[in-house]
Design a protein around this ligand. Structure first.
Ligand code: GDP
Length: 299
């Protein structure tokens, strides 16, 4: 929580200062409301939420003085309302043995790191975890996943660079069954440069997993990098269509993130946010708390 607050502190302080300066020596009128909405939209909160905040403020204080605290309180409350429904933890159905989690997302958004952190959490809770190095295009991704497997005491299935990812996924599923793993987490390549290939590859992975269990993958988790701003919205659109994303993890909220984009994504896509990433370390994966997050953005 502290990491999240620190991460968002600079941008929320900046936004807070801009809002406060809007209302020095000015009453709340149509002009100041419009300027407020513009600021909120620039902070990636999305038009709908920006309007809801300004409407609520107008209902309370139109024609009167406004303080930064008034706005922060209303922001936290309205943002909290948008985020509450998506703050849903990752639930595993352990009747599936293994429960298969397919991890998708653009390269660099934190797939491999999130898999490592998640494996640590699950192993600690006593589950037997297997990882599959399905990003067969990048040697570094395969190496990193091996390091995480060692660190978390997880089994790992990998193959040589350039091998068929769907074949690896199928193989890993069979091995996980044979070994009695509780959870299988499959990494994938997120090469957005070639959307046709990306689509073909992910579709094939989903198809072959379905041959072993029609419900698999049981979870499709997409990682998003909080520092990419509006781009993240498009990324959800793309991966939702290709891979049927069931929930999100927003990473790098400890950095120079603004966080507002998560509000836009929640309003538009209504997908569960399973966790947030607040650092590169093994423990830096936290459950998503809507109210804490709303307050961190509102400052
Ligand atoms: P992938 O290409 O999607 O597998 O992404 P990686 O897991 O390799 O992550 C890309 C970079 O982001 C690495 O340097 C990670 O250490 C870093 N990273 C991942 N998650 C976080 C996070 O929550 N916070 C910070 N600060 N860095 C992160």
């Amino acid at each position: 929580l502290q990491r999240l607050r620190q991460g968002l502190a600079r941008s929320s302080a900046q936004l807070g200062a801009q809002i406060a300066s809007l209302f020095t020596k000015r009453k709340l009128d149509d002009d100041t409301l419009q300027e407020l909405e513009d600021l909120l939209i620039q902070a990636d909160l999305g038009v709908e939420t920006a309007m809801r905040i300004s409407d609520t403020l107008a209902a309370e204080r139109y024609g009167k003085d406004v303080s930064g605290t008034d706005v922060a309180r209303i922001m936290a409350s309205e943002i909290g309302k948008v985020l509450q429904p998506v703050a849903r933890p990752l639930e595993l159905d352990l009747n599936h043995k293994p429960h298969v989690i397919l991890v998708v997302g653009v390269n660099g958004t934190g797939k491999t790191t999130t898999i490592g952190k998640l494996a640590a959490k699950l192993s600690r809770s006593g589950l037997k975890v297997m990882l599959a190095a399905g990003d067969t295009f990048r040697a570094a991704a395969i190496e990193q996943l091996h390091i995480w497997a060692d660190r978390t005491g997880s089994d790992i299935v990998s193959t040589k660079l350039g091998a068929d990812a769907a074949g690896l996924a199928y193989d890993a599923f069979e091995k996980a069954r044979a070994k009695g793993s509780d959870v299988l987490i499959i990494d994938t390549a997120g090469r957005l440069q070639n959307k046709t290939e990306l689509m073909a590859e992910l579709e094939k992975i989903v198809r072959v997993l379905g041959k072993l269990d029609p419900d698999a993958p049981h979870t499709v988790l997409q990682t998003l990098d909080a520092t990419t701003g509006q781009n993240a919205l498009n990324q959800v659109e793309i991966f939702r269509n290709i891979a049927g994303v069931s929930g999100l993890v927003m990473t790098k909220l400890d950095g120079t993130a603004r966080g507002g984009i998560l509000v836009s994504i929640a309003a538009r896509h209504k997908l569960p946010v399973y966790f947030i990433g607040v650092g590169e370390g093994i423990d830096d994966l936290e459950p998503f708390d809507a109210q804490d997050f709303a307050e961190a953005i509102a400052g």
